[in-house]
Design a protein around this ligand. Structure first.
Ligand code: H2U
Ligand code: ZN
Length: 342
């Protein structure tokens, strides 16, 4: 299976990925991302997110000491929208109104850190903010998307350590696909898709990267991005609010290790988009849901060569060269000590 082209099915979203392991030997004369030396100061007077600084929206940040959450000054979703004039619901033209909120989460007052470089105690504060934000926004909105866009290559607009949360009255596409597929599996098998999947992965041991008492990081069988991973609790947990204090503590420490390994892969501050998927807040009991985080990093073979989702990917289906198993081996073997400290 490791050499021949094949397709793998992603049961979580109901889509296929083409795997072409024999292609890893092809020469590369394409784009190489320029590498910036990370010489950020601890505090940057020009940064919109540093404590006490003025933001682009005109507001001034408090002199925060741990985390700081504010409403995005350029929110993609708004709590009130008045779209009465443009409602349309025919077969070919549909418009749906939605409301929502977008917030920015500063992970640390220190401009020159990343989650990977923060200590476990400070990462725990970020975990608690995620927890609080999901609980608070979940009271008002059906879907709460916590995420982090890291690195210039991912379009992150600011190097200050931060993430975002967007909440909306309707389920976005990815949430909707995962909801549907997990529900279908639950109805047919009376068990939970990702819980069953994890059990099988523990038997096979081919794609597990790292585990601690409560959590596991693995490269999913159906991964699309070269070093894509999922982070899952070892027991059935539907939503953040169900995590115990101990589980949040060990989540903080597995995050530290996972992100350190990522940085060590190409000795660079590893870019990625990560985010949490838990039950929708739609009033259903949603037994079929299993909480998990996705990590989608774009780098392929070095700190400067990224994978592009173009051509066949845009027109036909996602494709990868290095297999999920090969990626898991690479990640597994990496040190848990950050390269900058050795
Ligand atoms: P990204 O780095 O992932 O783009 O996130 C930064 C967010 O911060 C972005 O959504 C917001 C941008 O709208 N922002 C503010 O709300 N106020 C500012 O002063 C700068 C950036
Ligand atoms: Zn800053």
């Amino acid at each position: 299976m490791n050499r021949q082209p094949h397709r793998r099915y992603n049961p979580l979203i109901g889509e296929w990925v083409l795997v072409s392991p024999h292609r890893t030997k092809r020469p590369w004369q394409g784009k190489e991302e320029s590498q910036h030396k990370d010489d950020r100061p601890e505090y940057d007077a020009e940064c919109y997110l540093c404590p006490s600084n003025k933001r682009a929206g005109g507001f001034t940040n408090p002199k925060y000491e741990n985390t700081f959450v504010f409403t995005n000054d350029f929110s993609a979703l708004l709590p009130e929208s008045n779209n009465d004039g443009i409602s349309e619901n025919s077969d070919l033209f549909k418009i749906e109104n939605l409301t929502g909120e977008c917030r920015v989460i500063c992970f640390s007052p220190r401009h020159n850190l990343t989650l990977a470089q923060m200590d476990v105690e400070s990462i725990r504060k970020v975990v608690d903010v995620w927890d609080e934000q999901i609980a608070e926004l979940g009271k008002k909105y059906k879907w709460v998307q916590v995420f982090e866009n890291r690195g210039e290559i991912m379009g992150s607009s600011n190097p200050h350590p931060h993430g975002q949360v967007w909440a909306s009255t309707s389920l976005p596409n990815e949430a909707s696909k995962e909801n549907l597929n997990q529900r279908k599996y639950f109805t047919e098998k009376e068990s939970i898709l990702l819980v069953d999947y994890l059990e099988k992965e523990f038997e096979k041991k081919e794609r597990i990267v790292f585990e601690n008492e409560h959590w596991v990081v693995l490269v999913p069988f159906w991964a699309i991005w070269p070093f894509e991973t999922m982070l899952l609790p070892k027991r059935h947990v539907q939503q953040f609010a169900q995590l115990t204090d101990e589980e949040k503590e060990s989540l903080s420490s597995i995050l530290k290790i996972h992100l350190t390994k990522y940085d060590n892969l190409f000795s660079t501050s590893f870019p990625y988009t990560m985010g949490w998927h838990g039950t929708p807040f739609d009033g259903e009991d949603n037994q079929h849901w299993q909480l998990h985080a996705h990590f989608y990093p774009p780098l392929l073979r070095s700190a400067s060569v990224k994978k592009f989702m173009v051509g066949y990917e845009m027109l036909a289906e996602a494709q990868r060269d290095i297999t999920a198993e090969q990626a898991a081996v690479k990640l597994r073997e990496l040190s848990e000590i950050h390269f900058s400290e050795t």
